[in-house]
Ligand binder design. Structure first.
Ligand code: GLC
Length: 547
C-alpha cells in the first residue's frame, strides 16, 4: 500500500462548509469552524476532506455560483483561515480537496458583468454563450434546452433602453451563466486557478459538472429521448460530449507538473460505467464519483451489478472505483433506504458494504451520525433554487443540508454559539429537528452501538487491514447458494484474509458455506446470532487466515 497513490484507496469526508460548524454565531458554517473540528474528522479515521465551495458568491446556489475563484467568501472566513485550515489538516495527516466550478460563474463575476456591459460579438461576451433568440423580435430562446433546476436554460439580456437583447445560456440557475469552453481565455483562466490553489497546498479538486463543459456549437434542440438532467446518452448536445476530454487532458498536465500526488474527482452524471471510464483514462482525471452505486436501490442483484460493472469498466483504464452513498445533492440514504429503523439498519449495513469494496469512498458529513433527510422544512426557510424554479413542485436539496448536531439537548446542538433568548439572528441557516438531540456526535461518541461508533470502528479496521495486506486484494464473489433468501445475500472476499457478507433481505440467512470454517467476525452492523446466521439488513466483516 505504501507506494500506491493515496487517492486509489482513500476515504474522503465531504465537508459541506455552510452546515458543518459555525465559529462566529451567524448561523452559517465557516472555515474556522471546520478547523476547530478537524480532530473529530481525523479521529473518524478518514484520509482526506473535500470542502464544498467557500469562494466569494452571492449564494444563489449555495456557493456554486462563484464570483471570485481566488478568494474566500467573508461569511466563511479569509484566505488566511483557509491556509490555517490546510495546515491544520496536513498536521493531522488529512489531505484537502477543494471544489472547482468550471461550467459556469456567478452572474456577479467581473467577467459576466463586463459581458453585459459590452456589445454582442465582443470579446467579453465570447467567454459565455450569448446567442440571438428565435422568432419574431428574437423573443424566443435560441433552443429548447431546459435548466437542471427547472424552466428554460436561457435568459434574455435587456438593454438600458428596455429593448430585448441577446440570450445567454444557464444550464443551472440564471445567476449561473455557462462559460464557453472553446474560448482560450476561459481555458487559460482555469489553468491559472488550478495553480493558485495548488500553490496554496491543496491535494486535489472535485470538478463540478465535469460532463457539462462542452456544448454542441450548433446549439440544436434536444432530440427526442434525450433529457436535461439525469444520465446523459450518447450524442447529447450539452452533456458528456467528446470535447470535454481535451480540457481534462490539459488539467492533468498541470497537476502532473507538481511533485506530489494531486487527485481530481469528477462529478460526471453519465449513463454507463463505460462512459464514466472515459474520464479516467490515464492522461485525464484520477477518480470519479460512482453514482451508479448511489442510485442503485437496496437490492442484492442491482447492487452487485452496479459494483461489477463499475469495477470492470474502470479497470480497463486502470482507475480505481470511488464509492459514494450520499452527498449534498441527493436524499440522505437512511431515508432513501426506507427511513426509520429499517433505513438506519440498512444504512449501517451499506456503510460496511461500501467500506469493504476495492477503491476509494466518500462519506458525506452527517452520514456517520445516521442523519435522515429532513423532509418537513417549512417553505419559508428553503433556499435551493430548484424549489423556486419548479414553483415548489420539487422541494429541492435543503433537506440533506441541515446543519450538523454536535452536542447538547436543543438547537443549535453545538453547531454554533447559542443565540440569545428571543434573538431572531444567529440561528442555524436551516432549522434542525428537535429529535436530533438523540443523534448528536457527543451522544453517539460514547454509545457502543451508535452509527458513529460503527463508522469509527470500520474506518480504523479498514486502515489496519489494508496495512496488514488483508484487505487489498481484488473483489471475488463468494457463492451464496440458491433459494429466496440466498438471493438477498452479497458475499465477497478481498484476497485471503478478509470477507464481507451483507444480508439485504429481512429474514435471517445462512452464512455462506465457503466461509463457515475458520472465519471470525471482525465487525457487524447489527446483532450476530449464536446460530451463525446473518440477521436481516445486516453486514458482517470476517477475518481469517484461510478465507
Ligand atoms: C453540482 C453541485 C450542485 C450544484 C450544481 C451546479 O451538481 O453538486 O450542488 O447545484 O452542480 O453547480
Amino acid at each position: 500500500m505504501a507506494d500506491t497513490p493515496w487517492w486509489r484507496h482513500a476515504v474522503i469526508y465531504q465537508v459541506y462548509v455552510r452546515s458543518f460548524a459555525d465559529s462566529d454565531g451567524d448561523g452559517m458554517g465557516d472555515l474556522p469552524g471546520v478547523r476547530s473540528r478537524l480532530g473529530y474528522i481525523a479521529d473518524l479515521g478518514v484520509d482526506a476532506i473535500w470542502l464544498n465551495p467557500f469562494y466569494p458568491s452571492p449564494q444563489a446556489d449555495a456557493g456554486y455560483d462563484v464570483a471570485d475563484y481566488r478568494d474566500v467568501e467573508p461569511t466563511f472566513g479569509t484566505l488566511a483561515d483557509f491556509d490555517a485550515l490546510v495546515d491544520g489538516a496536513h498536521r493531522l495527516g488529512l489531505r484537502v480537496i477543494v471544489d472547482l466550478v468550471p461550467n459556469h460563474t456567478s452572474d456577479e463575476h467581473p467577467w459576466f458583468r463586463a459581458a453585459l456591459a459590452a456589445a454582442p460579438g465582443s470579446a467579453e461576451r465570447a467567454r459565455y454563450l450569448f446567442r440571438e433568440g428565435r422568432g419574431p423580435g428574437c423573443d424566443l430562446p435560441p433552443n429548447d434546452w431546459q435548466s437542471v433546476f427547472g424552466g428554460p436554460a436561457w435568459a434574455r439580456v435587456f438593454e438600458p433602453d428596455g429593448s430585448g437583447g441577446q440570450w445567454f445560456l444557464h444550464l443551472f440557475a440564471p445567476e449561473q451563466p455557462d462559460l464557453d469552453w472553446t474560448n482560450d481565455e476561459v481555458r487559460a483562466e482555469f489553468e491559472s486557478i488550478l495553480r493558485f490553489w495548488l500553490d496554496r497546498g491543496v491535494d486535489g479538486f472535485r470538478i463540478d459538472v465535469a460532463h457539462g463543459l462542452a456544448k454542441d456549437p450548433d446549439m440544436p434542440d434536444i432530440v427526442a429521448g434525450q433529457q436535461t438532467s439525469g444520465p446523459a446518452r450518447a450524442g447529447h448536445p450539452h452533456w458528456d460530449r467528446d470535447e470535454v476530454h481535451e480540457v481534462f487532458r490539459q488539467w492533468r498536465r498541470v497537476t502532473d507538473s507538481y511533485d506530489r500526488d494531486v487527485a481530481f474527482v469528477a462529478e460526471a452524471w453519465v449513463e454507463t460505467p463505460a462512459q464514466l471510464a472515459r474520464y479516467l483514462r490515464p492522461d485525464e482525471l484520477h477518480t470519479a464519483f460512482n453514482f451508479e452505486f448511489l442510485l442503485a436501490p437496496w437490492d442484492a442483484a442491482g447492487l452487485r451489478a452496479a459494483i461489477d460493472s463499475s469495477i470492470q469498466a474502470l479497470a480497463e483504464v486502470g482507475a480505481p472505483p470511488t464509492w459514494v452513498l450520499s452527498n449534498h445533492d441527493v436524499v440522505r440514504h437512511v431515508t432513501r433506504y426506507g427511513g426509520g429503523d429499517l433505513g438506519l439498519r440498512r444504512a449501517r449495513a451499506a456503510a460496511l458494504l461500501m467500506l469493504a469494496l476495492p477503491g476509494g469512498a466518500y462519506v458525506y458529513q452527517g452520514e456517520e451520525l445516521g442523519l435522515p433527510q429532513v423532509i418537513d422544512l417549512p417553505d419559508d426557510v428553503l433556499q435551493d433554487p430548484t424549489f423556486f424554479r419548479t414553483g415548489g413542485v420539487e422541494r429541492g436539496r435543503d433537506g440533506c443540508r441541515v446543519p450538523l448536531p454536535w452536542s447538547g439537548e436543543e438547537p443549535p446542538f453545538g453547531f454554533g454559539p447559542s443565540p440569545a433568548p428571543g434573538a431572531t439572528v444567529g440561528h442555524p441557516w436551516l432549522p434542525q429537528p428537535a429529535e436530533w438531540a438523540g443523534l448528536t456526535a457527543a451522544r453517539q461518541a460514547t454509545a457502543p452501538d451508535s452509527m458513529l461508533t460503527l463508522y469509527r470502528q470500520a474506518l480504523r479496521l479498514r486502515r489496519s487491514l489494508a496495512e496488514e495486506g488483508a484487505m487489498t486484494g481484488p473483489l471475488e464473489w463468494i457463492d451464496v447458494g440458491s433459494g429466496p433468501i440466498a438471493g438477498d445475500v452479497l458475499a465477497f472476499r478481498r484476497g485471503t484474509g478478509f470477507a464481507c457478507v451483507v444480508n439485504l433481505g429481512e429474514e435471517p440467512a445462512d452464512t455462506p458455506a465457503d466461509l463457515a470454517l475458520g472465519a471470525r467476525v471482525l465487525l457487524a452492523s447489527g446483532d450476530v446470532g449464536d446460530d451463525g446466521r446473518i440477521q436481516g439488513s445486516t453486514a458482517i466483516w470476517y477475518g481469517s487466515d484461510r478465507l
